[in-house]
Design a protein around this ligand. Structure first.
Ligand SMILES: [Zn+2]
Length: 409
């Protein structure tokens, strides 16, 4: 007769799965008793009690005190909740003008943020002053460096996500910068992941912005430079080396304008914020950011401005129609500085996509504005850090499976 007694390896696996289920349930449902956990998971009460005690000792769960007795009487149950302070993560958006870092708890809720000016000087100096600003943020919250288990970074650049190497950022004029090494000072033990900003924005929109109705989407994003991101079946498409989506450096016919990448006639030279201001005939001033100046202009009733921004939209729409024909997405998401150009740009873009795209591909296409707006990049970076922290948590917890996030594993 074949023995039904679980082998040690099976028992260890069962234990891991049970821990995972319990952490998942407590995180999802809020304060719960051991009896509720047992009922919801169909586990034996003594097993639940032993695992909950273990998780509480490890600091993953917190004992909240006693709750209400059930209507049928009996002892009042002890309630447990997920300890959101069990670890922290940092999300960083290195922007062309400003760099923002957010400190978030284990659930991803923001607890502090800091902004530093992104200077064009030596990247090593920029990263060192960023580390200093993050250190201050950590200590002001009475935390220690080791409390930060993961760091997510997004930056407008070609990023090799495997090594966290910034290969080239045309608008920052940075080349071959090892972002991971530059941020080691925050916590040498932390897991650090680096992504392209458009990819991080689309991931954030999918998780918390436009939502998950459109798992096949392309994003067009402007932040001094121009990029795209592609999502296929709910996962960001990175390409072989992580460089997918560099639509800003595709050439438009007849373009001669020099681009920061070193080439001429790139889409970016026609539709970046600098190009938009030039095309509406506006001389940039130093009293406000370029995007603020664009917003003010777009709100004016000047028909020449509207016409010029509509033309910008048409150029962007032509490039978008190529993406739509290639990817056949559910939705095109418009984000970053493109939204500062208002309705005229979106009208031009939609007209151009309709005219230039394959009717069969554009018939059911949704064009959707970014919902998270300027909050999207650093939120994407924070989600990236959370994904990384849950992976390291997996080791701590012995098998806790994180909810699936759209970044590559
Ligand atoms: Zn270029």
């Amino acid at each position: 007769m074949v023995s039904q007694v679980p082998q040690p390896r099976d028992r260890a696996l069962l234990r891991k799965m049970s821990r995972r289920m319990i952490v998942d349930l407590v995180q999802r449902s809020g304060p719960v008793s051991r009896a509720t956990i047992a009922r919801s998971t169909n586990m034996a009460k003594p097993t639940v009690s032993a695992i909950v005690e273990e998780l509480a000792t490890e600091g993953i769960l917190t004992e909240l005190g006693v709750g209400e007795a059930s209507p049928s009487g009996g002892r009042r149950p002890v309630l447990y909740e997920f300890n959101q302070a069990s670890h922290h993560v940092v999300g960083i958006h290195i922007g062309v003008e400003t760099t923002t870092a957010v400190l978030a708890d284990a659930r991803g809720s923001e607890v502090a943020r800091t902004d530093v000016v992104t200077s064009r000087e030596a990247p090593a100096d920029v990263l060192a002053s960023l580390c200093g600003a993050i250190d201050r943020m950590i200590y002001e919250r009475d935390l220690a460096k080791c409390d930060v288990t993961a760091i997510g970074v997004c930056v407008p650049a070609l990023i090799d996500p495997l090594g966290g190497l910034l290969v080239f950022a045309p608008n920052l004029e940075w080349r071959n910068v090892n972002i991971v090494e530059g941020l080691r000072e925050v916590n040498a033990e932390a897991t650090i992941y680096v992504h392209n900003v458009a990819q991080a924005v689309l991931a954030a929109e999918y998780m918390e912005g436009i939502g998950q109705r459109w798992p096949n989407a392309v994003l067009l994003y402007e932040d001094n430079g121009v990029g795209a991101a592609i999502m296929i079946d709910g996962s960001i498409f990175h390409g072989v080396r992580g460089f997918a989506g560099e639509i800003g450096h595709c050439k438009l016919p007849g373009g001669e304008e020099p681009c920061n990448c070193g080439a001429k006639g790139c889409l970016e030279t026609r539709v970046s914020v600098t190009a938009m201001l030039r095309r509406v005939g506006h001389e940039p001033d130093r009293h406000s950011t370029l995007h603020q100046q664009l917003r003010t202009l777009a709100r004016s009733d000047d028909p020449r401005v509207k016409r010029a921004l509509r033309e910008v939209g048409k150029d962007l729409g032509l490039a978008t129609s190529w993406l739509v024909n290639l990817v056949n997405p559910d939705a095109v998401v418009i984000g970053g500085g493109f939204l500062d150009a208002g309705e005229a740009l979106l009208d031009g873009l939609m007209a151009s996509v309709r005219d230039q795209g394959l009717p069969e591909s554009t018939a059911a296409l949704t064009v959707q504005r970014s919902v998270l707006g300027s909050a999207a990049p650093v939120r994407g970076a924070t989600l990236l850090a959370l994904q990384a922290s849950r992976r390291s948590l997996q080791r701590v917890l012995g098998g806790y499976r994180a909810p699936s996030l759209p970044f590559a594993q």
